[in-house]
Design a protein around this ligand. Structure first.
Ligand SMILES: Nc1ncnc2c1ncn2[C@@H]1O[C@H](COP(=O)(O)OP(=O)(O)OP(=O)(O)O)[C@@H](O)[C@H]1O
Ligand SMILES: [Mg+2]
Length: 429
């Protein structure tokens, strides 16, 4: 009874682990690719599956040992009841009702056994489901390194787009058209434009998440289609619109792109990302598990862990698909400081919503319906008017005002955060 129950519980837990892995790998596929950790995730998924398999075998084995006995007992019980009960009824020693009741009890005992059969059937369905999952997993990815792909040397960080257009599969219209762009090493490029104008599509072409429909994207004058994908992606740091973390320790999440990183490197990255203090605030510190079965981090905390993760990679090219997450001013400033550190000395593409980021960019690209409609530094574009001025007046300035308004309403920051902030403000001025 309880023994087999425990075995089935183990199976359940193991299945939960598999679906958790699967769910994270599907939703986090871009992170897995960006940090070139496909092999690692495949191996982890494999281990989880093997675990389910062995637990199932154990449970079924035990069940098979018990099950025939219980079936036999049920049938034999019925015969005994009818045989002796029948005689006793005929001898007038017992009423027929008692015999019927007895028989019913025997059948009730059979019920748990039937439940087990049901469980095994469910197992069959699960196996069928798993097969479909494997069909998906076996799909060959559309984007792979060429056979004779070049291992990319350490990049200087020059990025060029030559007459690039991009039409997604099954889409009618092109999402990017006639994109011409030349970015020197260590420049900061800010992209702004209405939703759906192609900002994310443009930056996704650099780590080759998609292939161009026409034209070419080059890094240090090498076409991204000619280079080895891992060597390309490991030099591009990406902080996504939604910073995805895995259910693992904070340490493992920071070290995701460089599992061999030393402890002091991890700490340094967390400190630079303004994440060290809140991490130390947890009783388990860097060993705190986040996600599904652990601590839930706030949006601002998640973002800083993601920044630390990107910092540790020390990428030559940085892509920030910066979301306007609803964080308080203090956190906003911490994130801004973390981003500033991250952008230093790298070619940076930032999809920006903050006036401060746009202002300090070397080049601003204003996108509209798949085209770059305006380009230049902030002052020039402001003078030019057009879409840039509209977005500036309506979004950027309003957000900047909003930032200034909050302090009166926001909760008092902790003394630690206050300290961090004073340090930062000194740096700003
Ligand atoms: N994976 C995809 N498959 C098909 N179409 C896509 C895909 N990604 C984006 N698109 C389409 O391409 C166009 C540009 O989208 P994109 O995500 O690049 O815009 P964006 O400027 O980043 O918008 P936002 O500010 O909302 O993030 C949109 O019309 C969008 O529907
Ligand atoms: Mg986008």
């Amino acid at each position: 009874g309880t023994r087999i129950g425990k075995l089935f519980f183990d199976v359940d837990t193991a299945v939960g682990e598999v679906s958790n892995r699967l769910q994270e790998n599907v939703t986090g596929v871009q992170v897995v690719r960006a940090f070139a950790r496909e092999d690692y995730e495949i191996q982890r998924f494999d281990t989880a599956n093997k675990d389910v398999f062995s637990k199932w075998m154990k449970a079924i084995d035990e069940w098979a040992r018990i099950m025939p006995t219980s079936v036999w007992l049920t049938s034999f019980g019925t015969i005994l009841v009818l045989w002796f009960g029948g005689q006793m009824v005929m001898n007038g020693e017992m009423t027929i009702g008692t015999v019927v009741a007895f028989n019913a009890y025997i059948l009730m005992m059979a019920e748990p056994a039937q439940t087990l059969t049901g469980l095994v059937n469910t197992g069959g369905e699960a196996a069928a489901g798993a097969q479909r999952v494997f069909e998906i997993l076996d799909t060959v990815p559309a984007i792979r390194s060429k056979k004779d792909a070049i291992e990319l040397p350490v990049l200087r960080g020059k990025v060029e787009f030559r007459n690039v257009s991009l039409k997604y599969q099954d889409e009618k219209a092109a999402s990017l058209s006639a994109i011409e762009l030349s970015v020197e090493p260590n420049q900061i490029v800010a992209l702004i434009g209405p939703t759906g104008s192609g900002k994310t599509s443009l930056v996704n072409l650099i780590p080759r998440f998609y292939d161009v429909t026409a034209g070419s994207v080059t890094v240090d004058d090498m076409d991204v289609r000619d280079v080895e994908l891992t060597s390309l992606r490991s030099q591009i740091g990406i902080v996504l619109q939604t910073s995805l973390l895995f259910s693992d320790t904070i340490r493992a999440n920071i070290a995701y792109g460089r599992p061999d990183a030393a402890e002091d490197e991890i700490l340094a990255a967390a400190k630079a990302a303004q994440a060290h203090e809140f991490i130390e605030g947890f009783t388990q510190g860097y060993d705190t598990i986040v996600g599904e079965r652990g601590v839930t981090l706030s949006g601002g905390q998640r973002q800083r862990v993601a920044i630390a993760r990107a910092l540790l990679m020390n990428p030559r090219i940085l892509i920030l698909d910066d979301s306007l997450s609803s964080v308080d001013t203090q956190t906003e400033k911490l994130i801004q400081a973390a981003l500033d550190t991250l952008m230093e000395g790298r070619t940076t593409f930032v999809i920006a919503h903050r006036l401060s980021t746009v202002r300090r960019a070397d080049l601003i690209l204003v996108m509209d319906r798949g085209h770059i409609v305006q380009r230049g530094p902030h002052e020039d574009l402001l003078r030019e008017g057009g879409l840039y001025k509209q977005i500036h007046d309506l979004q950027l300035v309003r957000h900047a005002q909003y930032e200034d308004e909050i302090p009166a309403r926001a909760e008092l920051p902790s003394s630690k955060e206050m300290h961090a902030n004073t340090l930062m403000m000194r740096r700003d001025s």
